[in-house]
Write a protein that binds this ligand. Structure first.
Ligand SMILES: NC(=O)c1ccc[n+]([C@@H]2O[C@H](COP(=O)([O-])OP(=O)(O)OC[C@H]3O[C@@H](n4cnc5c(N)ncnc54)[C@H](O)[C@@H]3O)[C@@H](O)[C@H]2O)c1
Length: 269
């Protein structure tokens, strides 16, 4: 078990990547405090962790609120007497060109995707500084934190912001045993990706469009990202800090546009 004795906070834990990571961390021995806007979903996620043999609790948390994020972190420390890991995972998509997006859209996506990560780091760091073992921060970025994308520039801007925060905090706290890394997933099969589906489009057509710019022609399962989160959070990554780990089937590795206007490639199962 790779997280025995560790205490972890996970945001956005009611669904998708956060929920899969909560289950995996629980099965690896971590004790968990889970936060999400979706109170019912996050309680179900905590129940799954308990069924996996771990200790877990959940709190309705809006990551755009400093008070709420502080309560989540303090709740973990009050319950388990320390904090070792925070996975700042909560996020929202924001499709649409700059002309289509409003100032309110900008403020909303920055508040959830960037301010939410800032708040998680800010309120977890004092506990890592007082923990003799230090701590591990895993921030959720995206392949859109490594490369530009024309279809969702506001989302991409927030995910680049997460990379800047991650690298800067990694530098600032490296000598205090605190590692700060980010995950940069490609297309992952979670509710977020399906929210972008046009109701008139059939499922396979939607998958083709979602993975057309991904050299590995499939969506990955949330568990495939959870395993990368586990690596970054665990002592196996003891000398890994300041990186954005791409979990993206090579999407951010370079330009891939030879078949730009073709959607008749073979999908992998
Ligand atoms: N699915 C993908 O293809 C993909 C790719 C790259 C990065 N990501 C990132 O992964 C993270 C998780 O997304 P997912 O794909 O699992 O999506 P998801 O929609 O399944 O899960 C996101 C969770 O975040 C929660 N959330 C949203 N706003 C919140 C807020 N203000 N406060 C607290 N919780 C909030 C939602 O309730 C939901 O449970 C996001 O940051 C997303 O940007 C996803």
């Amino acid at each position: 078990m790779r997280l025995t004795g560790k205490v972890a906070v996970i945001t956005g834990a009611a669904s998708g990547i956060g929920r899969a990571t909560a289950r995996l961390f629980a099965s690896e021995g971590a004790r968990l405090m889970l936060g999400d806007l979706d109170e019912v979903g996050v309680r179900q996620a905590a129940d799954e962790c308990i069924q996996a043999g771990s200790e877990a609790d959940a709190m309705r948390t809006d990551v755009t609120s400093g008070d709420a994020v502080r309560r989540l972190v303090e709740g973990a420390v009050a319950r388990y007497a320390k904090l070792d890991i925070i996975f700042n995972n909560a996020g929202i998509g924001m499709p649409g060109s700059i002309l289509d997006c409003s100032e309110e859209d900008f403020e909303r996506v920055v508040a959830v995707n960037l301010k939410g990560v800032f708040l998680g780091c800010k309120y977890a760091l004092p506990h890592f500084l007082s923990n003799p073992s230090g701590g591990a921060i895993v921030n959720m970025s995206s392949n859109g934190g490594l490369i530009g994308r024309p279809a969702d520039p506001l989302y991409v801007a927030t995910k680049h912001g997460v990379m800047g925060l991650t690298k800067s905090l990694a530098l600032a706290y490296a000598d205090r045993r605190i590692r700060v890394n980010a995950l940069c997933p490609g297309p992952i099969d979670t509710p977020m990706i399906w929210q972008g589906m046009d109701p008139d489009m059939d499922r396979e057509e939607f998958i083709r469009r979602a993975v057309a710019a991904c050299p590995t022609p499939r969506m990955a399962a949330p568990e495939e990202v959870a395993r990368a989160a586990l690596f970054l959070a665990s002592d196996e990554a003891s000398f890994v800090s300041g990186v954005g780990l791409a979990v993206d089937g090579a999407k951010a590795a370079g330009v891939f546009n030879a078949n730009r206007y073709r959607l008749d490639f073979d999908l992998l199962g």
